[in-house]
Design a protein around this ligand. Sequence first.
Ligand code: GLA
Length: 391
Amino acid sequence: MSPPSPASSAKKTYDRRFGRSPELIAIAPGRVNLIGDHVDYAGGLVMPMAIDCCTAVAVGRDPEATDEPSVIVAADLDVECKIDLGEIQSPRQPGTPDAFLNYVTGPLEQIRKAGVSLPRMDLVIASSVPMGGGLSSSAALEIAVLLAVRTLLERKTSPLELALEAQRAEHEQAGTPCGIMDMYVSAAARPGHACMIDCMTNELRQVRMPPEDEAVVMVTDTRTRHELNDGAYATRREQCEEAARMLGVDLLGQASIAQVHEAGLPGTIDSRARHVVEEIARVLDFAGALERGDLETAGDTMFSSHDSLRDLYEVSCPELDLLVETARDHRGRGVYGSRMTGGGFGGCTVTLCRKEFVDELETAFRTAFQDAFGHEPESFITSAGAGAHVM
Ligand code: GLA
């Protein structure tokens, strides 16, 4: 029997806890990025898709409890917090039981900053997006909170506005200087499509994914998180900004490949810049190949992307590399392409492969991984899911 959906868990918990039904439930998906990593904050092109896992936020007001603090329940964590939404909340320390609140109060703060006053309300959260696995569980939560509360208050806005609000929340409350990719795809995805996003203009194009009998998307979680590298994301972003300054452009994504190759930038800055401009070109190649149905070429760009993230951008790790090398060994026999996905330093790989090859590949991943690291990775197949919506 499959586990209950996040929406039905959130509703059940809400009903039980408050003795009435929520007024509405909003759903937002996690994402996997097919190609284009560490380029969104440099104004580059990215191509994520929503996954089948999502976060649900049930929300409602209680006319009789107007003087009491709001209750926020994280159903999966079995944690309940009481907060006064009239007060500005300071960020919770990462690792504490109520740290998830940053992804609730941050978005609420953005709604308030947009000039909307917040009534007293209760929220229940339930999610099937693995937490901390690089599949954007925090973006899914932020988008679901924004959509739920804005809909409740009849202040609905566009997917792009939701994404920008969620991104500001992440910068201000969670302290991560992320790009817009994770939030935008969570807000705007369409079933059966990946989103090609130009992070310079925020233009978004829906690109149809291949039918299942041609290729499926497999996500494999290394179940490794290299927490030591926490500051590395911000450092990479700074290095891109440094490269842009040296090249005389506002954002590194505005520079051409030739410009970077000819500039003679200093060592590390040169490597980071080369990754960014070449990765942007790969996203275009990948999208074109996908649209032509040329999955071999699409897959090759995925492998090149991984090599660049490993060697030039230095955000991979041995666990991710082993999965990608194992997939590469099966190239031409059912695997089209494979790469690390998202921020890196652990987390997941994404593999494009033939459906009938999934079991064999999963076994190969498990065997190689168990031999090298003494534990097994976790794989699942996902279709390109729907973006955020209200039930
Ligand atoms: C994280 C960030 C995104 C993006 C990726 C790398 O997921 O949240 O904005 O920068 O890393 O592509």
